[in-house]
Write a protein of this length. Structure first.
Length: 268
């Protein structure tokens, strides 16, 4: 298996910096410092039902892998976007034999087969660490996560519904949520078996169950503890945590991979 430091992956064709599409509107749910700046360390706001309010525009925190090269250049991709097993030693990653062989094949291709390199759906958990913002809209019975990446979205239902038996597989699966104290717990099933869990190509099967625990630590900081439980591809679950910081007075831009695709020229 190639080392992460020498792999060159085509992960996504990020849009260049764009002019803001909306005039900034002050976020009144966030306390301000005496200088008028958002106080991101203030206590997390609460919804009318007393739950932590996850609403807001969030940007994944950079946590780059040192020496990792991409076609996109010097973009600080978070390490768990690159590798969901970044906190584990390579020999301790619990891949089933067939999954280890497929993973090695994907690594040998240097990302040429990655869905994101061809503007195909990114899927989760990778969407939570793509270095583009996402917006959480919270209501008592439904939480929406709107991703700037390809204008994708997730519906997380809190109304007691469950996915139908043998659902049509999707890149984002089918998500239901519940509250455990101040943690918003999201269970997602019904995935396609050909999407990549990260930039390196960790595989998944239709048996994948993804559990996310969303916690707003304070006004400006969010963490998502994610457990990948897929007995078809792994001998035991993998758990990792990604973090994000609030963008308090801004909103999402329009962005589609196909409008700025730059990777395919490298595969000619």
């Amino acid at each position: 298996m190639k080392s992460v430091a020498t792999s060159i992956l085509a992960l996504l064709a990020l849009a260049p910096a764009a002019e803001a599409q909306w005039a900034q509107v002050r976020n009144t749910s966030i306390p301000r410092t005496p200088a008028g700046e958002p106080d991101l360390t203030a206590p997390a706001p609460r919804a009318p039902d007393g739950r932590p309010d996850l609403s807001g525009v969030w940007n994944p925190d950079p946590d780059p892998v040192q020496g990792f090269l991409t076609i996109e250049g010097d973009i600080p991709f978070p390490r768990h976007m690159i590798n969901i097993a970044a906190d584990m030693k390579p020999e301790d990653v619990p891949l089933q034999p067939w999954a280890a062989e497929l993973f090695d094949q994907r690594m040998q291709s240097d990302g040429a087969d990655a869905p994101t390199a061809h503007c195909k759906p990114t899927g989760v958990p990778m969407l939570n660490s793509i270095p583009l913002p996402y917006k959480v809209v919270q209501t008592p019975h439904l939480v929406m996560v709107l991703y700037e990446q390809d204008q994708d979205f997730r519906q997380i239902f809190l109304d007691g519904r469950r996915p139908v038996e043998d659902p049509l597989p999707r890149s984002l699966g089918y998500s239901t949520g519940r509250w455990e104290g101040d943690a918003f717990v999201v269970e997602t099933v019904g995935f396609k078996d050909d999407h990549w869990l990260d930039g390196m190509g960790h595989p998944a099967t239709a048996q994948l169950r993804l559990t996310e625990r969303w916690r707003r630590r304070d006004a400006g900081h969010l963490e998502i503890e994610t457990t990948v439980d897929d007995p078809g591809a792994y001998t035991q679950p993998i758990t990792f945590t990604v973090t994000a910081t609030l963008i308090p007075d801004d909103d999402l831009l329009e962005y589609f991979c196909t409008e700025n695709e730059k990777d395919i020229q490298h595969y000619q």
